[in-house]
Design a binder for this molecule. Structure first.
Ligand SMILES: [Cu+2]
Length: 162
């Protein structure tokens, strides 16, 4: 009797898990559809001609310690926090040791290597392991999508020593 009951429990549990799996799968599908729709429906935010993003500090080729203050420069545009739609504005994203740039037609991902400054910050302090590293800035609009044309800084290389 006890055995049978526990079998029923296990079986119910399994059924529940299957339903969960199906639900998660359906959700994932609808998300993909939503992203697809968003991609077609959302026009890219225009960047004014001559807008420029650049890293003020550190300098390209600089030898630095493991704690580094990075200062972001922007010319020809203003800073607005993420979520705030204002003409000719955006917020900074720091690409850290990113070899292949992410897709600029969709919102930039938020990862350890793609850092968002959605509050409108213009500097940050990062810690890096000793060795060679690259830094690059990309401006994103209120939806974290790079502008048309993308406002992207030169990629700089720094050398971190102990
Ligand atoms: Cu962002």
């Amino acid at each position: 009797m006890t055995d049978q009951r526990s079998w029923i429990n296990v079986n119910n549990h399994r059924t529940h898990r299957t339903i969960m799996k199906k639900t998660v799968f359906a959700l994932a599908l609808s998300l993909i559809t939503l992203v697809g729709v968003a991609q077609n429906a959302l026009p890219k935010t225009k960047a004014p001609e001559g807008a420029r993003s650049y890293i003020i500090s550190p300098a390209d080729g600089e030898v630095v310690g493991t704690t580094i203050k990075v200062q972001f420069g922007l010319s020809g545009m203003g800073i607005a926090p993420a979520g705030v739609k204002l003409e000719n504005t955006g917020h900074h994203h720091l690409l850290l040791d990113v070899e292949k740039a992410p897709d600029f037609n969709i919102p930039l991902p938020a990862t350890e290597k793609v850092i968002h400054f959605g509050k409108g910050q213009t500097e940050t302090v990062i810690k890096l392991k000793p060795g060679k590293h690259t830094l690059q800035l990309v401006l994103g609009d209120y939806l974290h999508i790079p502008h048309d044309k993308p406002v992207i800084s030169k990629k700089i290389t720094i050398f971190v020593k102990e």
